[in-house]
Ligand binder design. Sequence first.
Ligand code: C5P
Length: 232
Amino acid sequence: MNKDVIIACDFNSKEETLNFLDHFKEEKPYVKIGMELFYAVGPEIIYAIKQRGHRIFLDLKLHDIPNTVKKAMAVLSSLDIDMCNLHAAGTIAMMEAAMEGLTRSDGSRPMLIAVTQLTSTSQERMEQDLMIQAPMQEVVMHYAENAKKAGLDGVVCSPLEASAVKKVCGCQFLTVTPGVRFADGEKGDQIRVTTPAKARELGSDYIVVGRPITQAADPVCAYQRCIKEFLG
Ligand code: C5P
């Protein structure tokens, strides 16, 4: 299994994104493109980044009726991305349909992972707004099991949930974890943070790191530090 650091390119223009990636001369980091950049620029941003030799995680978190998600996934699979995602809350039927849509005629497909409960959702909001009364940990594990049943490759979760997910779904089931900070860095708006070294200990396969790299005075140095701490 290939563990890696994924840089969250949370910019809103092609120019800013490519200027940022210009810092990297030797290595070609795995990058995450989110809704902001994809909706601002469109599929063109995928072609531009792919042409430079980066792997891409397209983080659009799809959630709709199975047929719509299946068709949207078929479009995404033609973009030559490496990983994409959806909300496990869309049900097993929606996740199965997504897998079908994503699989190309030659049988290949990007990796597909599921968001369980967003880390911005508290136990209280889940109970009151979503009317889900079970403990958060149980809900996350149940959604992860559903993703596994539907044949997905893994989940996006907090690094703090990574080892429990592995226990329930097996060690091959991927955990992609945001909320990573250097021990001596700013937390920003993230609350439950861990360092790259701790995320490794907890069993994360991919850490998603944004501002500690994108806002660093020397982004290449910050990226290399992440790689060193995470991969050892
Ligand atoms: O800048 P920072 O390292 O906080 O960026 C983390 C990235 O991971 C952002 O793109 C954010 O949207 C994403 N993310 C997250 N928490 C989740 C899911 C995605 O921080 N639960």
